[in-house]
Write a protein that binds this ligand. Structure first.
Ligand SMILES: NC(=O)c1ccc[n+]([C@@H]2O[C@H](COP(=O)([O-])OP(=O)(O)OC[C@H]3O[C@@H](n4cnc5c(N)ncnc54)[C@H](O)[C@@H]3O)[C@@H](O)[C@H]2O)c1
Length: 280
């Protein structure tokens, strides 16, 4: 089996590594050469750390790297399944799938890692809509086990079965769900971020205090630390998308703080600053 992950950012890198670590030949594609180079450097570094911690041997590291092809050439994106983890914009995702449908064989599956867009709306615009589904990983993709497998009314049984099997091969726990705003986790988790943001908006408390209290009360990560990990651009887009798709309920109104962070380029860990500063 050969898979192709499109988008070598936060999610694409982790998805590609999870696949290669589980014996799957994986193409990792991005439009930006510097992102592909960064992904290659980061994955080599991550694997070296695993060797040093004696979690894998040096030869296993080489074998994993040997299963990864890093590329900016769309013609390399030939696979049994395309998993896109690119920018959260429907027209861009649709255009990529349709370009790749022309290049690939007639059975290739098109899976989207979208957090918040309608998978049905994407499928409707793709040439082979019966072979489109959601395959929603969580961040960091190498560690998080859950994968939401999102069916649309068009998805055929072979596509769902293939994605479920692939998720299991990657050591993940696939959970089937229907296409709905935010699917399961992003729908349930939305108030976790938004209520914390409203408290900060109103000056009730600051980011660090809110995080510390929620972590002390049992949450693995406070909302602001988690938003910085996810990426504030992604989190804001998901907030807006879920809000709009559910008919703009007041309780899910996106926060002006999210909008400001995005406008300032304070995207979280990936940009060196967000609610906190990183690596300075
Ligand atoms: N960040 C998260 O926690 C998270 C979790 C689950 C799902 N997602 C989803 O995964 C997707 C990617 O999110 P991310 O956080 O990895 O974003 P990111 O900004 O880190 O990476 C996106 C990458 O896509 C590339 N790209 C843009 N257009 C492209 C194209 N046409 N072809 C190929 N590459 C292209 C960009 O160069 C960039 O490197 C989004 O749909 C997001 O909703 C994100």
């Amino acid at each position: 089996m050969r898979i192709c992950v499109c988008g070598a950012g936060t999610m694409g890198r982790g998805i590609a590594l999870s696949a290669a670590q589980n014996g799957i030949h994986t193409v990792l594609y991005d439009v930006q050469k510097e992102i592909v180079d960064k992904a290659s450097d980061t994955l080599q570094h991550d694997l070296q750390l695993l060797v040093e911690k004696q979690k894998i041997s040096a030869s296993e590291k080489e074998a994993i790297l040997g299963r990864l092809l890093f590329t900016t050439d769309l013609n390399d994106c030939i696979a049994d399944i395309i998993i896109e983890a690119i920018i959260e914009k429907e027209p861009v995702k649709v255009a990529l799938f349709n370009q790749l449908a022309e290049l690939n064989h007639s059975e290739t599956i098109f899976a989207t890692n979208t957090s918040s867009l309608s998978v049905t709306s994407i499928a409707e615009k793709v040439i082979h809509r019966e072979r489109v589904a959601g395959m929603h990983f969580f961040n960091p993709a190498t560690l998080m086990k859950l994968v939401e497998v999102v069916n649309t009314p068009f998805t055929n049984a072979a596509t769902t079965e293939f994605i479920v099997d692939l998720a299991k091969k990657m050591g993940k726990t696939p959970v089937l769900c229907k296409d709905a705003p935010g699917f399961i986790v992003n729908h349930v988790a939305r108030p976790y971020y938004l209520e914390a943001l409203y408290l900060a908006e109103q000056g009730v408390s600051d980011f660090g205090t809110i995080d510390t209290l929620l972590e002390a009360s049992g949450f693995r990560m406070g909302p602001f630390r988690l938003m910085d990990l996810i990426g504030n651009d992604i989190n804001y887009t998901v907030s807006c998308s879920v809000y709009e798709q559910l008919g703009e309920p007041l309780r899910l109104r996106p926060s002006r703080i999210q909008e400001e962070k995005v406008r300032q380029g304070a995207l979280g860990r990936k940009s060196g600053k967000g609610y906190y500063l990183y690596g300075q």
